[in-house]
Design a protein around this ligand. Sequence first.
Ligand code: NAI
Ligand code: MG
Length: 485
Amino acid sequence: MKRYQMYINGKFVNARRGGFFPVYDPSTEEVIAEVPDADAQDVDDAVAAARAAFDSGPWSQSTPQDRGRVLFRIAEKLRAETALLADIETRNSGKPIVEAEYDIADTATCFEYYGGLATKVIGHVNPVPANALSLSLREPIGVAAQIIPWNYPLLMAAWKLAPALAAGCTCILKPAEQTPLSVLEMARWLEELGVPPGVVNIVTGFGETAGAPLVTHAGVNKIAFTGSAQVGKMIVKAAADTVKRVTLELGGKSPNIFFADADFEAAIDGALFGVFINQGEVCSAGSRILVERKIYSKFVEAMTAKAGKIKLGPPLERATKMGPLVSKEQYERVTSYIEVGRKEAKMSVGGARPATFTKGYYVQPTIFYDVDNSARIAREEIFGPVAAVIPFDSEADALRIANDTPYGLAAAVWTRDIYKAFRVVKSLRAGIIWVNHMQPTYVEAPWGGYKQSGFGRELGPWGIEEYLETKQVYVNLDEQPIGWY
Ligand code: NAI
Ligand code: MG
């Protein structure tokens, strides 16, 4: 078992109180590492380091070109270390190794994208009268605290760190307590790649003891959070006293809508991929599958048959398509929703850990059908391999059901009818809409939700905006006194 230290002010350190907590491999349920159990004192240290690096350290003097080059170096190093990082990610999160490799590739691409964008942050000349020059300067917000979840550990770190660093901010990143290992591994390389001490700090700890003090800390200017709606709501309240900038990505209950004219084979694949990829531990999971009644029975049957064949297995095996859930807590949460579902709807497949596994937090791909949209399994985010299939009769009916949710992160629509597709696209209340696909995500395009799925946008130019302030500058060109008095 490996004992890790966390990364504050360019040094690997223990928590001041000296405590550690265990980190598990969810496929074996065994402890694989220990990491420091940080609390408010360690958060103070990290904020002081980030503050100093921003206010007076080398980062405040760095040029966009300097920062861009640092991010390019990080991207290349991540690519070179894909095998190591994917292995750590898979052991720690339970995600299939092939998916972990894609995650590392996307992580590198994210740093590269923002490395390029660093030099494309451009201000404005505002159209004021001729006796003045008015400028809008874009400046970094300052110290950003970034609190991330466990489903894409290193990729979520990149979505937070890369735009912040490109903008010129300094960061305190708190990984999820379940999955701190990959980003701690990355931290080992940061200084030699050109990230000065204090610019990136990684604080390991629990939400209540290490996350909460970041949210209230007066030295922090911005909170970027991805996680549960429950914690997101608490963060908005807790950040109010210091008027921090806040961005939130809080998951959802995204509808995946299938019209009868959709390509049937592609539709079945898309329904399964939408909800079961990464064990269903995906904020944009297409967990409500809306199917036009004309194809409904055939659809449920075909989906069920194919779901039953999805290869559940040890995540390090390359043939594995679904590994275990991330933790005991998540296993219990998901299986308890399955029990709720048994009372609310009919189940066609899944429902438990396969009998072939004696340990590991494995849950079979599970499909409930004839689900009413008022059921808990249709309204609450389960964050596991559980699909709720809901029939509909018309386009209007589909839209009503799709939008009848407190969430609005994502949605997808499958049809060959271009008129119908775009009508539906315009009427869906969600931040990300896929047509004839579900889940592809590009760093070039905006990511974020409507309604209670959060606010703010990550990725693309939108992602860097969230780390910038706008400074309005007025330059008087008129040499006369104001002449008012
Ligand atoms: P969570 O929201 O509690 O954890 C996410 C992050 O927030 C972690 O780093 C955690 O340490 C931190 N955190 C927790 N409490 C905090 C607090 N009071 N102040 C500051 N930071 C805090 O999510 P959890 O408990 O891991 O999962 C529960 C459910 O949340 C899942 O079943 C899923 O429905 C949802 N979720 C959504 C995600 C998304 O991508 N939108 C990601 C992870 C979970
Ligand atoms: Mg929690």
